[in-house]
Design a protein around this ligand. Structure first.
Ligand SMILES: NC(=O)c1ccc[n+]([C@@H]2O[C@H](COP(=O)([O-])OP(=O)(O)OC[C@H]3O[C@@H](n4cnc5c(N)ncnc54)[C@H](OP(=O)(O)O)[C@@H]3O)[C@@H](O)[C@H]2O)c1
Length: 180
């Protein structure tokens, strides 16, 4: 069976997620959480997919691309070729098809942004969970997390710290949502 799509995002109080093709903040702990969640697998013979929009791919500094130990997939309407760094897909159904073809090698499928990719996957039948870091501060942003559907409910995931995190005086919490 195809693994469900799991979304992971960090948003500030005004629901911003990005500015000028970058993250509005630098939070090492939050970045480490993203890396752990998207990389770790129970089955060491499998990898996780990170599925992203083309602009999010562009935003990753070249030295960190592809995101290591994960299968990188990029959504784009253009004919782009990232060689063996990333698989390009024309649409979400196309991405699902590609993942289905390699599902024996895949454990989890993480949707890592940006806005429109989050929106369409939250509305899709493949949606599984949303891992959302709530950053308790306002930042100037030009890219925002879409409205969370009203039938999403908070759940507990034992692999996610429950307590309030703090770095550089900025507080944040990890939330996990499922569809009711
Ligand atoms: N805080 C966070 O958790 C987080 C996470 C991710 C990104 N970000 C930030 O968000 C910003 C980038 O996000 P964004 O929303 O501007 O862009 P994005 O969603 O990453 O990329 C948009 C592009 O992806 C392609 N695309 C999207 N949906 C598609 C679909 N269904 N089928 C085919 N192609 C599709 C298109 O590429 P083409 O134009 O090539 O056709 C589109 O122009 C940056 O500032 C980044 O730092 C923040």
């Amino acid at each position: 069976m195809l693994p469900k799509l799991e979304l992971i995002a960090a948003a500030c109080e005004n629901m911003g997620i990005g500015i000028n093709g970058d993250l509005p903040w630098r939070l090492k702990t939050e970045m480490a959480f993203f890396t752990r969640m998207t990389t770790d697998t129970k089955d060491k013979n499998k990898k996780n997919v990170v599925l992203m929009g083309r602009r999010t791919w562009d935003c990753i500094p070249e030295k960190y691309r592809p995101l290591q130990n994960r299968i990188n997939m990029v959504l784009t309407s253009q004919s782009l070729d990232y060689g063996d760094k990333a698989i390009t897909c024309k649409s979400i159904p196309h991405a699902i098809e590609v993942i289905t073809d390699m599902q024996n090698q895949v454990e989890r499928v993480w949707v890592i942004g940006g806005s429109s990719v989050y929106k369409s996957t939250m509305e899709s039948p493949y949606f599984g969970r949303l891992y959302l870091t709530r950053i308790k501060k306002k930042f100037e942003c030009d890219t925002f997390f879409p409205l969370i559907p009203s039938d999403f409910v908070l759940i507990k995931d034992p692999t996610v710290p429950q307590d309030i995190q703090e770095e550089k005086g900025i507080k944040f919490v990890y939330e996990v949502y499922e569809k009711r």
